[in-house]
Design a protein around this ligand. Structure first.
Ligand code: GLN
Length: 456
């Protein structure tokens, strides 16, 4: 891992051009498969930095961007054959902000197809390997964004989180990752999977760097109607917080051993720790998948092979053309979700599934609101297990169950961080820290103290 401070120190004695060229070369030789596309323009930007022409808070810093975030002139595939040759002609809001602050986008990171997955195994471009054990997954869906930070194949990265896709790879790769409050970061230019659940967020080697990237990407953007118009400035203010350990969010023995140690570490900081129960959580996973798949089925209707994306040379009948494009362009997980989502939204089943899921969503929101009246922050293990072996989770339901601790946060729209709390069998374990709406400052202040206990 390379922190921003370390990178800046290197920039004092070496040319940005050489450092970036070396990083690009290392990525090309890497077996991790963290990137789908490298940005050749990165070298030009590095040259500008060397000439003193690149300024800003991220000047000269390499940043990897998940491949569902639009980058003007750089291929953006969403990890899908459907968008294999798609190059946007505009930048996402977050990319504009990074460019304004002098950041160097080094490349686009590998991900589950349309962000649907927990292991990056659904990517059309192949699985991302875990830097701590190459036989294991790096997590997903932002697997490339997690692995690239952990392996020093970038300094910072951006992921997106619909049901855990930033926090899962952060946990599996041993880095920090934050899913911001819904509405803090503009989704303009994020290719949608499930709009009402997702946020773009930062991943980094340490809290200080995470906060820096969040400060840059958060803020007003009128092109996203759900944007809250709030900016973010990190002012560390640690207090002896009241911390709630969520009983319904747990993990296997490997994970729980480390998590319990982490809870002791929290106590040693002087925080008051108590257990809190949220019975409505048992419905969260089912509600999440119904809502996410419903939104996905509607969002993915746009891939018709006409306007953009995978297309076929001959148009015979419209229906046959449309079906063949989608049959060939989408992978099996995406098709499964389109079918299930369409089913849950269909006239006969809407009330039974979708509407019910929305009611559960309200229950979960209320549960969090109640708990956050008694506690400053809530904690849980981020993932219920250590990183899996590649191919280990063969059936979809087992895979979905791995999101049990992360999806309730997206249903409620709250911010949550994953922070490394040590290793079991040489594999990292992450702790999830959840706060109230727009309580990112509290989450990061707490995490900064915890990071001192564990070291970076
Ligand atoms: N694993 C979850 C899913 O497949 C979350 C993915 C995400 O956050 N993009 O829906």
């Amino acid at each position: 891992m390379i922190s921003v401070t370390e990178w800046r120190q290197r920039l004092e004695s070496e040319r940005a051009y050489d450092l970036v060229a070396e990083m690009l070369e290392r990525i090309e030789k890497s077996r991790l498969n963290a990137y789908i596309t490298l940005n050749r323009g990165a070298l030009k930007l590095a040259e500008e930095y060397d000439k003193g022409k690149l300024e800003g808070r991220l000047a000269g810093i390499p940043i990897a961007v998940k491949d569902n975030i639009s980058t003007n002139g750089i291929r953006t595939t969403c990890g899908s054959k459907m968008l294999e040759d798609y190059t946007p002609f505009f930048d996402a809001h977050v990319v504009e902000r990074i460019k304004q602050e002098g950041g160097i986008i080094i490349g686009k990171t590998n991900m589950d197809e349309f962000a649907m997955g927990t292991t990056t195994e659904t990517s059309y471009f192949g699985v991302v390997k875990n830097p701590h054990d190459e036989d294991r997954v790096a997590g997903g869906s932002s697997g490339g964004s997690g692995a690239s930070v952990a392996a020093g194949e970038t300094v910072l990265s951006l992921g997106s989180d619909t049901g855990g896709s930033i926090r899962c790879p952060a946990s599996f790769c041993g880095v920090v990752g934050l899913k911001p409050t819904y509405g803090l970061v503009s989704r303009y230019g994020l290719i949608p999977y499930a709009n009402s659940l997702e946020q773009i967020g930062p991943m980094a080697s340490c809290i200080e760097d995470l906060a820096l990237l969040l400060e840059v990407i958060a803020g007003r953007d009128e092109r996203d109607s759900t944007n809250a118009g709030k900016s973010f400035t990190f002012v560390p203010e640690f207090k002896k917080f009241r911390i709630g350990v969520i009983r319904e969010m747990s993990g296997n023995d490997d994970v729980m051993g480390k998590f319990e140690e982490a809870v002791e570490a929290v106590r040693s900081l002087g925080c008051e720790v108590k257990e809190v129960s949220m019975p409505s959580f048992k419905y969260a996973l089912a509600a999440y998948y119904i809502i996410a798949m419903g939104e996905a089925s509607s969002n993915l209707a746009r891939y018709d092979g006409v306007r953009y994306g995978y297309s076929l040379p001959q148009l015979d009948s419209w229906t046959r053309y449309f079906s063949r494009v989608r049959a060939e362009g989408f992978g099996s997980e995406v098709k499964r979700r389109i079918m299930l989502g369409s089913y849950a939204l269909s006239a006969g089943y809407y009330g039974k599934y979708y509407l019910k899921a929305l009611k559960v969503r309200t229950l979960i929101k209320n549960g969090f609101q109640k708990a956050l009246r008694d506690f400053d922050l809530l904690v849980s293990p981020t993932m219920p297990s250590l990183p899996f072996k590649i191919g280990e989770l063969a059936d979809p339901l087992t895979m979905y169950k791995m999101d049990v601790n992360t999806v309730p946060i997206n249903l409620a729209g709250l911010p949550a961080l994953s922070i490394p709390v040590g290793f079991v069998k040489d594999l990292p374990v992450g702790m999830q820290v959840i706060g109230d709406y727009f309580a990112e400052n509290k989450i990061l202040s707490f995490a900064l103290e915890l990071e001192k206990v564990y070291g970076v």
